[in-house]
Write a protein that binds this ligand. Structure first.
Ligand code: EPU
Length: 430
């Protein structure tokens, strides 16, 4: 077990290259199951979750090769996924419990094999995370789904048939599973109140390249006309907007000057507007954006919502920013009920925070004070690391496997920008 040691006080200056998005990459890899033959996916982030998804696909009989770039500063790679004519249709608990996104194989396997047995992921540190919308949507397409001994058993004995699915909430995962089942269903499907995240558009674009007929990607109504078969493709993963946003917040907190390359500013519109309101100068460039800050940030209110609203995956980073900002801010978390657990770790560093249900009020302090803290999920880990960058003395972040799940080469990238951050053995793992 390792932990991160961060010594605060350095200004971040320089340029980083943002890798492909975790939350696209994992779904694109699952989508490869929809076509027999070799699919190639590039710009994959070098993170543990990609390795876990590769292992899951291997267990289904796919040949999966991962090649990582050897260019300095490039933490991406390529997967070659060779899918057999009849993939296996089971996903075991040992992998699903390590990575909740394994549930993304449900839709594609149902479409390809007509039956699936996937372990239920259960809740996790950020919330209860139901699957009702995944199940209801696939049932509308003709699947029969039962729950037995911790597994979801799904079958479509007479094949999947297109239908209208109205989601109660624009769930990212449910939209993806229903979409990946609908592309091979008979007839047309309409997904109403669909998620509009850029990662959904990315998945739609790969499916279209494979031969799927999809309209309305990126809007609340996605229409799919089922086809008989899809073909393998070569596809590049969309840039990770949450990693890009994390670097942007780090630049603002450390009063730095960072160019975030290989990023799409448009996907971060609200977050970047908040950073401007905090006092930053932001210039959009051809392939990314530059963030410059020369004073203590002003506090900014944040309300998380489905895209194009403010991303829940940037909420802990903005909480870290607000903890040292000038003024009082209110953060409202509408997506994951348990994401405020992290604020108690932030309080160990001296943040002044009070929570009431899904609202948190932060009163900015001029300086945090380094201490041992524990990362409870990927984004909490990132938020604590950012807090450590501006704390006095060393901050020791344990449970860093969470950070490694979502941030490729994070320590190397922060070090290149001038941060004093390193890995060390954790003598007292949690
Ligand atoms: N929900 C249900 N029932 C369902 C599906 C969702 O109640 O059938 C609830 C969830 O419990 C949650 C809310 O709806 O409260 C949103 O869930 P959603 O399905 O939209 O999220 P997800 O697909 O589980 C993905 C990302 C998350 C990201 C959210 C929201 C992946 C692998 N995960 O989760 O990323 O926060 O969308 O944008 O794509 C992260 O990267 O740190 C992360 C948690």
């Amino acid at each position: 077990m390792e932990r991160l040691r961060v010594v605060g006080g350095r200004r971040l200056v320089g340029r980083v290259r943002v890798p492909g998005a975790k939350n696209s990459a994992l779904k694109l890899m699952a989508a490869a199951l929809l076509a027999e033959g070799e699919t190639r996916i590039g710009n994959l982030p070098r993170i543990l979750d990609v390795e876990i998804m590769a292992e899951l696909l291997r267990r289904m009989g796919c040949g999966v090769e991962l090649d990582w770039s050897i260019e300095p500063g490039d933490h991406t790679g390529v997967a070659r996924i060779d899918v057999p004519a009849e993939p296996g249709h089971e996903a075991d608990y040992d992998l699903v419990r390590r990575m909740r996104a394994s549930i993304a194989v449900l839709g594609p396997l149902l479409a390809r094999c007509g039956r699936v047995k996937v372990a239920r992921p259960g809740g996790d540190a950020i919330g209860s995370r139901g699957l009702d919308m995944h199940i209801d949507g696939l049932t509308r397409l003709g699947a029969e789904i039962t729950n037995e001994h911790g597994f979801l058993l799904a079958s479509a004995p007479t094949g999947l048939r297109g239908s209208t699915v109205e989601l109660d909430f624009p769930s990212v995962g449910a939209t993806e599973n229903i979409l990946m089942a609908a592309v091979l269903a008979e007839g047309s499907t309409v997904i109403d109140n669909a998620a509009r995240e850029p990662e959904i558009v990315d998945l739609c674009q790969m499916l279209q390249a494979m031969g799927a007929k999809i309209g309305g990607a990126g809007s609340s109504t996605i229409e799919v006309q089922g086809v008989d078969r899809l073909s393998p493709v070569s596809y590049e993963t969309l840039s990770d907007r949450i990693v890009a946003g994390t670097f942007a917040v780090a630049a603002v907190m450390t009063q730095g000057d960072v160019t975030v390359g290989h990023a799409v500013a448009e996907h971060l519109r609200i977050a970047l507007d908040k950073l401007v309101a905090a006092g930053a100068g932001i210039t959009v460039e051809e392939n990314g954006f530059r963030v410059v800050m020369d004073r203590r940030p002003s506090a900014v209110d944040v309300v998380t919502l489905p895209y194009p609203g403010f991303a829940t995956d940037l909420q802990p980073q903005f909480a870290a920013l607000n903890s040292v900002a000038d003024g009082v801010s209110m953060i409202t978390e509408n997506i994951f009920e348990a994401r405020f657990v992290f604020l108690q770790e932030l309080a160990r560093l001296g943040a002044q925070v009070r929570t009431d249900g899904h609202h948190a009020v932060l009163r900015g302090v001029p300086r945090l004070s380094g201490a041992p803290v524990r990362s409870t999920d990927i984004r909490a880990g990132a938020g604590l690391l950012l807090a450590g960058l501006v704390a006095e003395g060393p901050t020791l972040v344990s449970e860093i496997h969470h950070i490694d799940r979502g941030y490729a080469g994070f320590v190397e990238q922060l070090t290149e920008l001038g941060a004093d951050v390193s890995r060390e053995p954790d003598p007292d793992p949690f």
